[in-house]
Ligand binder design. Structure first.
Ligand code: GSH
Length: 260
């Protein structure tokens, strides 16, 4: 199979799993390059991403940039990378020759789904069904952006961050719970990328349960404390997706000890 989408990212990453699970479900060839989060400071951020030696780094001072979101210190991003990836973030997606950059994990996942012959993954070629899936993906991004800030700020948690996170969580999960009271999957009778995105981001969010000691120390309860009781359909749906082979291939063990 030909490479359809390339992704450079830190690994493992639920944001990358969105594309990899979609690739499995839709039989699409996706190439992934990357390394552990802490090692990305030693990588050239580029379509042809590669590990750098100290000597390489000395020769590439002109590509040295300050990390902006989630990374402290220097990152080596090529000019071409920043041209194709204007926000300079990972995961960074590309078409097969690197001439087009695709950013935001939901959009990289959409590019994978659009390459699949299985149209059910992304709205069955119906522009309104596709737009409905996009609606869920937008709602999902608002939620995931909120929890990105929450996780990055956990050590200095205050009422404002906590209340914002709680509100974003209740709003997103409330919508998903309603959707699942009507349909078997989030956006209708078939599994779509709205389900994939939900599973990856909510699973990652639930990992706040690993940090409960710190959250308690700051004087708060974990936001997802009553997830199972408050959002039973969503919980059941998450577990159903999680158990599927295509999800297990990447997510295996991720929710062990996290969900009851
Ligand atoms: N909403 C984005 C989040 C991407 C993002 O914020 N990535 C951060 C790392 S978590 C990044 O690449 N930061 C680069 C920097 O600090 O310069 C997505 O889902 O892809």
């Amino acid at each position: 199979m030909d490479e359809k989408v390339r992704i450079f990212a830190y690994l493992p990453s639920p944001r990358v799993w969105k594309s990899l699970i979609t690739a499995k479900l839709g039989n699409v060839e996706v190439k992934v390059l990357g390394d552990k989060p802490k090692n990305l400071v030693d990588w050239l951020w580029d379509f042809d991403a590669k590990k750098l030696s100290n000597q390489d780094k000395d020769n590439l001072k002109h590509f040295e940039r300050q990390g902006k979101r989630g990374f402290e210190g220097s990152l080596y991003k090529t000019d071409k990378f920043l041209k194709t990836q204007p926000f300079g973030t990972v995961p960074a997606g590309f078409n097969n020759d690197g001439s087009i950059g695709i950013f935001e994990s939901n959009s990289i996942m959409r590019a994978v789904a659009r390459n699949s012959t299985d149209a059910t993954l992304y709205g069955d070629n119906d522009l309104y069904l596709q737009s409905r899936i996009d609606s869920f993906l937008d709602a999902n991004l608002v939620f995931s952006r909120e929890f990105q800030v929450y996780v990055l700020e956990l050590k200095s948690l205050n009422d404002q961050f906590y209340d914002r996170m709680k509100a974003a969580y209740s709003f997103y999960m409330g919508g998903i719970e309603n959707a699942l009271s009507k349909d078997e999957f989030i956006s209708g009778p078939h599994l779509t990328i709205a389900d994939v995105s939900f599973a990856c981001d909510v699973a990652q969010f639930l990992r706040e349960r690993d940090r409960q000691v710190l959250i308690k120390e700051k004087g708060y309860d974990i936001v997802s404390k009553n997830f199972e009781e408050d959002f039973p359909r969503s919980c059941e749906h998450l577990l159903k997706l999680y158990k599927k082979d295509e999800f297990q291939e990447f997510m295996k063990g991720f929710l062990d000890g996290i969900l009851s």
